[in-house]
Structure formats: structure tokens, C-alpha cells
Design a protein around this ligand. Structure first.
Ligand code: AMP
Ligand code: MG
Length: 490
């Protein structure tokens, strides 16, 4: 494997994950690809990482982003983890991903740089270790959309086409995505440690997670309980944010839940148009386990698996450990509700708290559901005093609800103008609607035309700008013949 200095690129690697006990990874180089071509580089992200986009937009940069050459200081490895997939526990690990190391950024952050689609690893099982261009561009678009929405997420630094075909149902153009993350520690990493490691391994992992994500918790009496509580809070906040924008993750397996509280794994995810808690896009989720409305429940289920994994180090007395875990988990629903209600109040221009708010908000959501009204556009209409344009206008109950809303806004010191400002800052006008994403991907993958994707990305970067040029992204699709379907393991 070539190491490259790539003069002036700005790489500044450290490899703290590689200092964990050996059970947590397998050293492994990416498998080179035939003819790498850089198709997308995220300039804003590169800059925040201290990387020089100009130096990376070169032949040599494409070699690095494809895994054909390794930046100096990087130490590639595949991470081991386990996971409950649709409720079933399995040993997994990076089957087609690889950690290059951690970039130390100018602002003092430590950010994982990882490949996705970089070839087989010891954890690949039957898979080819590769990824197709369409799904990697899809991850690029949706993860950047999440970032634009202000939701913690892994991000996409670059996509390289490989010049090789990957076999799925048909032959597809291959690609490697370069992903960044606060870390790739998952609930499943802890499950792996608890199941196949010694107690010391679990402790080392917990110490590492504390140091990386919750350094302030290191001084607490029971630091591992502090870790559990911090992760519970981070996930409650994250999932509340998903619910507020109508994001359906689609595959909330425990290996796809990051302890950092970032959204990770953009496989079958998609945004909901018409409000419906039973919304599912994933082709394999026939029971709706990961439906929109179930996400908070699955979140706490996954956190219970996290707590179970931590039991041996929560307390030396088993019963006491279980009690601590149960008490911590019991806080999830209140934390989630708090986060969600705060966000919902902001979406409706409400600054103060009234005990009936939850029922009042539920009333609006019930109407949205009943009338198949678009979630995003309804809140935008309310934010701009254009209620007459909503799909609810014909419903007499909506007139009642709106009266109550106006009265509710009157019971706070803030002016109507202040409420509207709050609403416009809290309700995105642009989300990555499925038909827009598909259109951008078709142009890019089939015609090599990235202009559609770039226009979409530009709008998604500023979803709260309410720019007149973004109006096209609020247009709903024609009712489809078939429901929109997304896929895992693409
Ligand atoms: P995911 O659905 O992305 O969460 O992946 C679940 C597991 O399957 C992880 O261990 C992945 O690394 C692995 N995996 C997914 N696609 C492939 C592939 N094409 N080759 C090897 N492993 C894969
Ligand atoms: Mg995954």
C-alpha cells in the first residue's frame, strides 16, 4: 500500500481507536480499485477539517479517497461490532467500511475519517465489501441535508467512482464514500465487548467513549452510569429531532446507533411527505418495526441493549446494576418528550409552557393524519400565515384548531411577529423529498450530470432560508402508482 504525503492536503491523523484492545478491530488496508475518479468533494466540510480542497481535487486526491493510497499518519482498520438486527443478535463488524484514523481539526476536534465500500474485510461474511454509486450519492445528499437541518449526523466528505462494476440485481457502477463521524462507536460495539470481550475490554471501551464524547462525565462517582445517562440523553434529543422534521431512519438496528448521538447509516432512510406515524419506506421492514411513529420506542429498546451491555461495569452487585440501568432507562421517555415538545412549540411559534400544549399539538397532528396533509408544507404555511393554502383548509375542525392556536399565541408576551420568526427558524422549507433525490441521482448516475444534485444540495444546505429560489423544492410529487421503497445493504 502506498503512503502518500499529498503535499499541502492538511491531513493530521491520530489513531486512538487503534490503541484499544485488539478484539475491537482488524488491521487491514483498503482493496485498491481500478480507476478512481473524484465525483464529489464536500468543500465546506473539507475546510472545517483543516483540509485543502484544491490539493484534494487532484489525481492523487482521488487515489486517497478511493483507498488506493493512504495519507501519511493513517492506520486503516476494520472495526468489530455486534448488533440486534430487527431484534436478532448477530456478530457483525465493518464488512465494507474501514476507519482511516482520526483527523485532528484546526478547532481541536477529533473526527473519524472512514471509507464505505472499500473492499472486503474479515467481517464481510458473504458480502463483496463494495458499494454502488447511487446509494453513496444518496447518503451524501441525505446526510448533508441532516446537517443543514441542524441534526447531529455523520457527514460525507467525498464520493469516488471506482471504474468497477458491483453486482446487485444488475451490474451497477461502483463507488467509495468517505464518511466523517464524531466516532463510529455504536451500541453494537458495546454489545460486542460484553459478549466476546473480557470485563477489562468493556471498561477500556467505556473509558474511551467517555474521553471522546463526554469528558465532563469522567469526574462523576459512577462514570459508567454517567456514560449510560449521557448516551440516553443524546439519543432522546436526536430521535426527537428526527420526529420534528419527519425523518424515518429505516434501519434502527443497534449497530446503527452511535453513542455520540449522531445519526449514522443512511441506507433505507427517507423523509415523510403526508403525516402518518405508520410511514415505512424500507422494502424489508414489512412489520413496520422501524416506522416513523415507532422510532422513540425502538430508541429506548436499543438503549436497553446498551444498558445490558454495561451491566458488568455499572455496579459490582448484579441487582444493584440492574436497578441503576432501569432507573436510567426510565428517564428516556421524559427526556424525549421534553425535547420533542420544546421543538414542537417552536414549530408553532410558542415560547411559554402550558400543560395542555401536548394535547393541543396532538390535535393538529391528528388532523394532518386524517387528511393526509403534507407535514413539512403545513408547518411552512402556518409560519407564513398562509393557512388557506394547506390541505386542511376544507376541514371544519381545522378552523377550530386555528382559533385555539391564535388564542394560545395570545397568551404569551411575545408578539405575532416574534412567533413567526421563531417558526421560520424552526420549520424547514426544504427537505430531501424522495422524488427530488431520485431525480438528482438519475441525472448523476445515468447521465453523469451532477448539476441537479448540486442544486438540491445548495437548497438543502439552507433549509431555513425560505429563499424564493427554493420554492420548487416544496412542490409535492404526483401521487405515485406505487409507494416509495428504499433498500438496505445497497
Ligand atoms: P448495514 O445494513 O449498513 O447496517 O450493514 C449491516 C452489516 O452488513 C454491516 O456489518 C456491514 O458492514 C455489512 N455489509 C453491508 N453491505 C455489505 C457488503 N456489500 N459487503 C460486505 N459487508 C456488507
Ligand atoms: Mg450499518
Amino acid at each position: 500500500m502506498n503512503h502518500t504525503k499529498l503535499e499541502g492536503a492538511g491531513w493530521h491523523f491520530d489513531n486512538s481507536y487503534a490503541a484499544l484492545p485488539e478484539i475491537f478491530f482488524a488491521r487491514q488496508n483498503p482493496v485498491p480499485v481500478r480507476s478512481p475518479k473524484l465525483v464529489r468533494l464536500n468543500h465546506a466540510l473539507a475546510q472545517s477539517l483543516g483540509l485543502n480542497a484544491q490539493a484534494l481535487e487532484t489525481e492523487e486526491g482521488a487515489q486517497v479517497f478511493a483507498g488506493n493510497a493512504i495519507p501519511e499518519g493513517a492506520l486503516p482498520l476494520a472495526q468489530a461490532y455486534a448488533g440486534h438486527q430487527f431484534g436478532n443478535f448477530t456478530k457483525l463488524g465493518d464488512g465494507r467500511a474501514m476507519l482511516l484514523g482520526e483527523q485532528l481539526t484546526p478547532s481541536g476536534e477529533r473526527i473519524d475519517i472512514a471509507y464505505k465500500g472499500s473492499g472486503r474485510t474479515p467481517y464481510s461474511r458473504g458480502g463483496d465489501g463494495r458499494a454502488a454509486l447511487g446509494p453513496m450519492l444518496r447518503e451524501y445528499i441525505i446526510s448533508e441535508a441532516m446537517h443543514g437541518l441542524g441534526i447531529p449526523t455523520t457527514r460525507s466528505l467525498a464520493v469516488v467512482s471506482t471504474g468497477e462494476a458491483v453486482m446487485r440485481e444488475t451490474a451497477l457502477p461502483g463507488a467509495v464514500l468517505v464518511r466523517t463521524a464524531a466516532s463510529h462507536l455504536r451500541v453494537g460495539t458495546f454489545q460486542y465487548a460484553a459478549q466476546w470481550g473480557m470485563k477489562e475490554d468493556l471498561e477500556a471501551l467505556a473509558e474511551y467513549a467517555l474521553q471522546r464524547h463526554f469528558p465532563a462525565a469522567e469526574d462523576e462517582d459512577n462514570r459508567y452510569l454517567a456514560l449510560l445517562k449521557r448516551v440516553i440523553r443524546a439519543q432522546a434529543d436526536l430521535i426527537a429531532k428526527w420526529q420534528l422534521v419527519g425523518f424515518v431512519h429505516g434501519v434502527m438496528n443497534t449497530d446503527n446507533m452511535a453513542v455520540s448521538g449522531e445519526t449514522i447509516d443512511y441506507g433505507p432512510c427517507a423523509f415523510m411527505d403526508a403525516y402518518d406515524p405508520s410511514t415505512v419506506f424500507s422494502s424489508i421492514d414489512s412489520n413496520g418495526r422501524y416506522a416513523y411513529g415507532n422510532q422513540p420506542y425502538i430508541g429506548v429498546w436499543n438503549l436497553a441493549r446498551f444498558a445490558e451491555a454495561l451491566l458488568p461495569i455499572l455496579h459490582e452487585d448484579d441487582e444493584e446494576a440492574v436497578k441503576l440501568a432501569e432507573d436510567a432507562l426510565a428517564e428516556f421517555s421524559g427526556l424525549f418528550q421534553q425535547s420533542w415538545l420544546t421543538g414542537m412549540r417552536a414549530k408553532l411559534g410558542i415560547f411559554n409552557v402550558e400543560p395542555e400544549d401536548e394535547a393541543f399539538i396532538g390535535g393538529l397532528l391528528g388532523l394532518l393524519h386524517q387528511h393526509h396533509a403534507d407535514y413539512t408544507n403545513t408547518f411552512i404555511a402556518l409560519s407564513f400565515d398562509r393557512e388557506t393554502e394547506t390541505q386542511l383548509e376544507q376541514a371544519p375542525e381545522f378552523a377550530d384548531w386555528r382559533e385555539r392556536w391564535k388564542a394560545r399565541l395570545g397568551r404569551q408576551p411575545q408578539s405575532m411577529e416574534q412567533s413567526q420568526q421563531l417558526m421560520r427558524a424552526s420549520n424547514p422549507a426544504v427537505i430531501p423529498r424522495n422524488h427530488r433525490v431520485e431525480e438528482a441521482l438519475a441525472a448523476a448516475v445515468q447521465q453523469g450530470d451532477y448539476s441537479v444534485m448540486d442544486r438540491l444540495l445548495e437548497a438543502l444546505a439552507n433549509p431555513y432560508a425560505h429563499a424564493s429560489g427554493h420554492a420548487e423544492f416544496a412542490v409535492l410529487p404526483e401521487p405515485p402508482d406505487l409507494p416509495y421503497r428504499t433498500f438496505c445493504g445497497t
